[in-house]
Design a protein around this ligand. Structure first.
Ligand SMILES: CC(C)(COP(=O)(O)OP(=O)(O)OC[C@H]1O[C@@H](n2cnc3c(N)ncnc32)[C@H](O)[C@@H]1OP(=O)(O)O)[C@@H](O)C(=O)NCCC(=O)NCCS
Length: 169
């Protein structure tokens, strides 16, 4: 399996890769936006047959990762996590990673839809998803904890195979 989008190549994550990813997740502008993190979460994603852990590389450099879930059936494939390394943000890597991950879900896993949840105040990620063709399906109030113990609302978004990206606003 190998998908290229822009300069990125998507491949299966190895246990060795996890050392890099763990550092990205503890950075505050990442951990704020995620649910559970840590070595055990990633180890489960690597071994669970219902999930697929993927890294995006530009040459030898790892620039992001994504985790797909729901591969064994259910209500479409879930994009459970997507992170661009802090040093690589704001340069189109997130969009390229999302494009490669959607190609993986639709072409290789035969998905008809891809869904995800995102914290309501994560405007950066929501803008990326909306401009890539995801639409809001549901809002869940106080559905997830922030690192400071407060509760955050979650937005459930869905992407359909063949959906054209929204025109820029
Ligand atoms: C969200 C994330 C994956 C986006 O990746 P990125 O490489 O920073 O984003 P890109 O440079 O590819 O930009 C893609 C789009 O995101 C939006 N975006 C990027 N940076 C933004 C910012 N600072 N403010 C608002 N929107 C922003 C824009 O719509 C942009 O498209 P445009 O450049 O055509 O306007 C990345 O910032 C990240 O890993 N964030 C922390 C973890 C996270 O929130 N993951 C998602 C959890 S659901």
């Amino acid at each position: 399996m190998c998908h290229r989008a822009g300069m990125l190549t998507l491949r299966a994550t190895t246990p060795d890769d996890l050392r890099h990813l763990a550092g990205w997740e503890t950075e505050p502008d990442t951990s704020t936006w995620l649910g559970e993190t840590g070595a055990d979460w990633h180890a489960r994603a690597l071994t669970d047959l219902d999930q697929e852990h993927l890294v995006a590389a530009d040459g030898d450099a790892l620039v992001g990762f994504a985790v797909l879930a729901g591969l064994r059936g259910g209500e479409g494939i879930e994009l459970r996590r997507m992170v661009v390394a802090p040093a690589h943000r704001g340069a189109g890597r997130g969009r390229a990673l999302l494009e490669a991950v959607l190609a993986r879900a639709y072409r290789d896993h035969g998905a008809g839809t891809v869904w995800l949840d995102v914290k309501e105040h994560n405007r950066r990620a929501r803008r990326l998803y909306e401009s890539s063709g995801f639409v809001v399906r549901e809002m869940r109030t106080n559905a997830i904890a922030n690192p400071d113990g407060t509760a955050a609302d979650l937005v459930i978004m869905v992407h359909q195979l063949g959906r054209e990206p929204a025109a820029p606003s």
